[in-house]
Design a binder for this molecule. Sequence first.
Ligand SMILES: N[C@@H](CCC(=O)N[C@@H](CS)C(=O)NCC(=O)O)C(=O)O
Length: 291
Amino acid sequence: MSTDQEYTPPDVWKWESESGGTWASINRPIAGSTHEKALAVGKHDLQLYSLATPNGVKVTVMLEELLAKGIDAAEYDAYPINIGEGDQFGSDFVAINPNSKIPALLDHSTTPPTRLFESGSILLYLAEKYDAFLPKEPAARTECMNWLFWQMGSAPYLGGGFGHFYVYAPVKIEYCIDRFTMETKRQLDVLEQQLSKNTYICGDDYTIADIAIWPWYGQVILGNVYDAVEFLDATSYKHLNRWANAIAKREPVKRGCMVNRTFGEPSSQLRERHSAADFDTQTQDKIGDVS
Ligand SMILES: N[C@@H](CCC(=O)N[C@@H](CS)C(=O)NCC(=O)O)C(=O)O
């Protein structure tokens, strides 16, 4: 890889070498599966294949919130997909998500099973299926959709832009870090202003807009993601901190953050989940695996 400041692109880009950086070994310019791999299937209707990254956490928080509301039909089996090792390019996974990214969900309550990919689509599907965390009144529902889609369009600048160049890139490039820090701080201020007038993103009620936005913006503000609290002057966003802390204290959010987690404290990792009891007995510390 060239690390020159000045780069003249060739007429036609070619995939010649790894680009460097933390995720270089899994980056490819082509889609599709690379190997045959069957996925395990558990006993519940909902089968989740994911990882506890912010995009994955959106779905596990939603499922744990539904269960906490007493909606037992939302019971689910969750299996970890190791994106660092290329599990997302296995044949069964690609059949659920042709885009090869977690989270992916199969709903076996329909025939044939319904495949779901894209965290926003999954949240909306679950909210409609179980009639929860989505306002019914048309104007309120539209506002919730506005923020859900805001997240889907905005978070790639935070994750793929800021996070990539601040944390993962093989070299620190001032231009890139400046560009995406500017945009990230603008987005944080969008949320700060919205939350200065509302308890939750869309008003008085906690909705799938909060469930989509918190795993990225809430966790960046709290320092759980990217360790950039000081760099972003995150404590200066008072309303955003109030909201982020309130959501972090919810028990279903704490549980959702543990599911399919393969990093961090062993007691915080419930790599595979099949029932609520697993939180008490199956975390990495309890099963004696601290790898
Ligand atoms: N827009 C997608 C983004 C999903 C996504 O980027 N997932 C990442 C992990 S956070 C992934 O699976 N990366 C693997 C890869 O790019 O190969 C969603 O919200 O579901």
